[in-house]
Ligand binder design. Structure first.
Ligand SMILES: NC(=O)C1=CN([C@@H]2O[C@H](COP(=O)(O)OP(=O)(O)OC[C@H]3O[C@@H](n4cnc5c(N)ncnc54)[C@H](O)[C@@H]3O)[C@@H](O)[C@H]2O)C=CC1
Ligand SMILES: CC(=O)C(=O)O
Length: 371
């Protein structure tokens, strides 16, 4: 099989989808690996490291898209990549279809098979290919939030930790999953007063057991959300309904009740955002202000810490990639229902329930491995 590794083209995206060790493992199995020249530079990996591991370095990305049976990426294909998608090709990457109908339609029309990192489950029901990037983004959400709380960044001029004699910041985290728990850990470590809101009581019981005393868990409902927003200096949006558009937990009418200069970091923006006033931003222009509340809504937060994120991501994607090249994606999906949940679109049909429901499209069954 020919496996392609293009350079990422999303704004300020410094990750790459394969490490040199991945190229070595694939070529040792007899597969060919094509890596676009410079693909690893954002993560501090030079072409010669891939070449030494057996990959072929390709200058023109169109050659990679034209020749590869399977393309492995980090972010969803950008509009300039859409014409390069080839019928029958497999694309293994983050897609977040529910947030982008145009992307969904383009992928449907292309005839490719789209295997989405963010919906693939393991035997425990977790999301193994989303988890490491949620760990990164959860931790980053607090360092970014701390920065934008500074007055020159339009924030309220609050130090998260406070100082002796002055209270620390109040942090409200909507969603206590991977992003939420990582955000809570960092915010609490800095000394902030943290609230985590979730609708999963088992999860709240677990967080209550493991978090330090400056973290409070709250059942998430309209009243607890509103009250937490009023107290908060920093709000982190971290809810997820896998594959679906994020529920809008904060409404526009809630913003005037918040403190002036409070900051919202809506990490869930990649699934459309859980704040009504959120819209996607970039690392270059990460924030905007609505009703005196600073919004940070970067859709590829881990991209800014490319080196850490690339290693964390490739550690989890490579074992799945090896299974796909050994057995084919259909056999993987037939043998493992969690893997099958990762297959969002195949040959012009939506095969993931949440994506189909989001756009009112028909849900198609996956074709059997022998087809
Ligand atoms: N912007 C970025 O660069 C990145 C964004 N993300 C995104 O962050 C989001 C969260 O991801 P994870 O933490 O991994 O998901 P997760 O599945 O681990 O956690 C989501 C939590 O939200 C909770 N939840 C669902 N509905 C809720 C409600 N109405 N109120 C309160 N809580 C509710 C769930 O019970 C769950 O505990 C996802 O959209 C993910 O794609 C992740 C990494 C990077
Ligand atoms: C999860 C995701 O979209 C990212 O890491 O960029």
């Amino acid at each position: 099989m020919i496996v392609g590794v293009p350079r990422e083209v999303k704004d300020d995206e410094y990750r790459v989808s394969m490490l040199p060790v991945g190229a070595e493992e694939l070529t040792a199995l007899g597969h060919e690996v094509l890596v676009e020249a410079g693909a690893g530079l954002g993560s501090g990996i030079v072409d010669s490291e891939y070449a030494a591991a057996g990959a072929t370095i390709v200058e023109d990305v169109r050659e990679i898209w034209a020749k590869s049976d399977l393309i492995i990426k980090v972010k969803e294909p950008m509009p300039k990549e859409w014409p390069l998608l080839r019928k029958g090709q497999v694309l293994f990457t983050y897609f977040h279809f529910a947030a982008d109908e145009k992307l969904t339609r383009a992928v449907l029309e292309s005839g490719i098979t789209a295997i989405a990192y963010e919906t693939l489950r393991d035997a425990r029901g977790s999301l193994p290919l989303l988890t490491p990037m949620s760990e990164v983004a959860g931790r980053m959400s607090i360092q970014e939030g701390a920065k934008y709380l500074e007055r020159p960044q339009e924030g309220r001029g609050i130090l998260l930790a406070g100082v002796p004699g002055v209270a620390p910041a109040e942090v409200a985290i909507l969603g206590g999953g991977i992003v939420g728990s990582n955000a809570a850990k960092v915010a609490a470590g800095l000394g902030a007063n943290v609230r985590i809101l979730d609708i999963n009581l088992d999860r709240l019981r677990y967080l209550d057991d493991i978090m330090p005393p400056n973290v409070t868990t709250l059942y998430s409902d309209r009243h607890t959300i509103r009250e937490s927003l009023e107290r908060a200096d920093l709000v982190v949006g971290a809810v997820l309904i896998t594959g679906a558009r994020a529920p809008r937990l904060v409404r526009r009418e809630d913003l005037p009740r918040m403190k002036h200069g409070a900051v919202i970091v809506d990490v869930a923006i990649d699934q459309g955002g859980c704040i009504e006033t959120s819209r996607p931003t970039t690392h270059r222009a990460p924030t905007y202000v609505v009703d005196e509340v600073v919004h940070y809504c970067v859709t590829n937060m881990p991209g800014a810490v490319g080196r850490t994120s690339t290693y964390a991501l490739c550690n989890v994607t490579l074992p799945y990639l090896l299974q796909v090249v050994k057995h084919g994606w259909k056999a993987c999906a037939a043998a493992d229902l969690g893997f099958a949940e990762g297959v969002n679109i195949d040959a012009g049909r939506v095969t993931n329930k949440a994506v189909a429901a989001t756009f009112g499209l028909p849900l198609a069954p996956l074709e059997p491995a022998s087809a």
